[in-house]
Each structure stands twice: as structure tokens, then as C-alpha cells.
Design a binder for this molecule. Structure first.
Ligand code: ZN
Length: 241
């Protein structure tokens, strides 16, 4: 079945794996977005080949401009459409370790093809947990290293609901994201999971595959932590496409 835009009470999923047939052999994250008074904000932006498709999906929701993109981390399947959106004046925001990868360590962005990436600069960065306010909309950046050392999760308050975006920190069914990064760190990942376990949310929106309501989301985080504590995570060090 053809995938469509999904609406989680005001947060839309506007990008996903297989959004464009020709790129389906490449990884692609879930791209989420939401409106505020002066524009539209994305959480992650996809793999560098699908900017046009994501832009068109946003146009189906609003005529407002995509003003900002918050990146959960540097991996290409989450970040490389940044270049497409930067052309249009969109401001990219991420943790400063993540930003450094785009400028100095492109092998961190796409392990298999670092030479394909032209280093680029990030306009706005943060070093630790930080709150951004857009008109009356609050976005909390929560530093959650482990999958990479520059990973962040984001908590959004919208329409009296709390949305938690965790990128590749967790996968469905108690699994962790790809663990092949040079700076993957199991212990830090476990600590980050324990940090987000304490956060109150109504929706848990993952970087790939799944999305959960409060009950199943809490359960998934708990199972992931338990598996990590007894060394049951599937840790892969090989490349991924
Ligand atoms: Zn990743």
C-alpha cells in the first residue's frame, strides 16, 4: 500500500522510507513536521534525494515556509536534505557535536560514501539541554548521546499534547538503532534511555518504523533498557545502506 502523510494531532509525518521509489535501496528516516504562527518546523529531513517530495508534502498541509529543521543526528538518512532546504533559507539546528560532523567528519554522516558529501555549516547549535521558543511554541532539546555522540531528542508541547522525537535512539520492539558509528557508545546510550524514560509524553515518534502512544511508548523504552542491561542489544559494526 502506498504510504500517505500521517497526522498525529497536529504533528505530521511528511517523509518516510520509500517516499521516492528510486531511492528505496537507501535508508530514509521518518520526517515529522508541525506548524507555528510564522512557519513550519521539521524534525529531521531525510536522505538528500527526497527534499522535493518532502517539500511537496508540506505544501499539502500549509502554505507557510519551512523556517527551521531540528536534526536528531548527523547520519545521512536523517540529515542530507538539509542542503536542499538551506537553499530556500531554512535554518538548521542541531547539537554542536553533530554540526562538527557536517563540517569536519563527513565519514560520520555517510560511512560508505563520505566523498559524496560537500562539508556544510550549521547555523544554530546547542551544547546541552536547551529550550527554543517559536512564538508560543516550545521545543526542548534533550542531549541523548549513544547512537552517535551528537544525538538529541526533542520534546514538543502542541495542542496540549507532548510529542517526544528520539531519532535513532530506539527502534520498535525494544531494539536500538544501527550501531556502526565510530562514536557509538553503549553505556552512554543506556544512560540516555534512562533519561528519556523519565519524560512524560503522549506520543513517542521514532526515527524509523514506529510511533507509539504513551503506554506502548513507555513499555518500548523499558524493554530497550532491560535488554541493554543484560547485553541483549543487537550490536552491528558493519555498514548499512
Ligand atoms: Zn542513525
Amino acid at each position: 500500500m502506498k504510504e500517505e502523510i500521517k497526522d498525529f494531532k497536529g504533528v505530521y509525518r511528511v517523509g518516510w522510507y520509500g517516499i521516492k521509489e528510486m531511492t528505496s535501496y537507501l535508508a530514509h528516516c521518518n520526517v515529522y513536521g508541525f506548524e507555528y504562527k510564522n512557519g513550519f518546523i521539521l524534525i529531521d529531513c531525510g536522505n538528500g534525494f527526497t527534499g522535493r517530495e518532502i517539500y511537496e508534502n508540506v505544501k499539502k498541509i500549509t502554505s507557510k515556509k519551512i523556517t527551521h529543521i531540528f536534526l536528531t543526528h548527523c547520519h545521512y538518512d536523517h540529515s542530507l536534505n538539509s542542503l536542499f532546504f538551506k537553499e530556500d533559507g531554512t535554518e538548521i539546528i542541531c547539537h554542536n557535536i553533530c554540526a562538527k560532523s557536517f563540517q569536519e567528519k563527513t565519514y560520520q554522516v555517510w560511512y560508505e560514501f563520505p566523498h559524496l558529501i560537500k562539508p556544510f555549516k550549521i547555523e544554530k547549535t546547542f551544547n546541552s539541554d536547551k529550550k527554543f521558543i517559536f512564538d508560543q511554541l516550545e521545543i526542548f532539546c534533550i542531549y541523548t548521546p549513544g547512537h552517535t555522540m551528537g544525538c538529541s531528542s526533542y520534546l514538543l508541547n502542541l495542542n496540549k499534547k507532548r510529542f517526544l522525537f528520539t531519532g535513532d535512539l530506539i527502534m520498535p520492539d525494544g531494539e536500538i538503532g544501527w550501531s556502526g558509528s565510530e562514536d557509538f557508545n553503549k553505556d552512554k546510550l543506556l544512560k540516555s534511555l534512562e533519561k528519556i524514560e523519565k519524560i512524560d509524553f503522549d506520543f513517542l515518534l521514532l526515527g524509523h518504523g514506529g510511533y507509539y502512544d504513551k503506554k506502548d511508548g513507555k513499555e518500548n523504552i523499558k524493554i530497550t533498557i532491560e535488554k541493554g542491561k543484560i547485553g541483549k542489544w543487537k550490536v552491528q559494526r558493519d555498514y548499512h545502506y
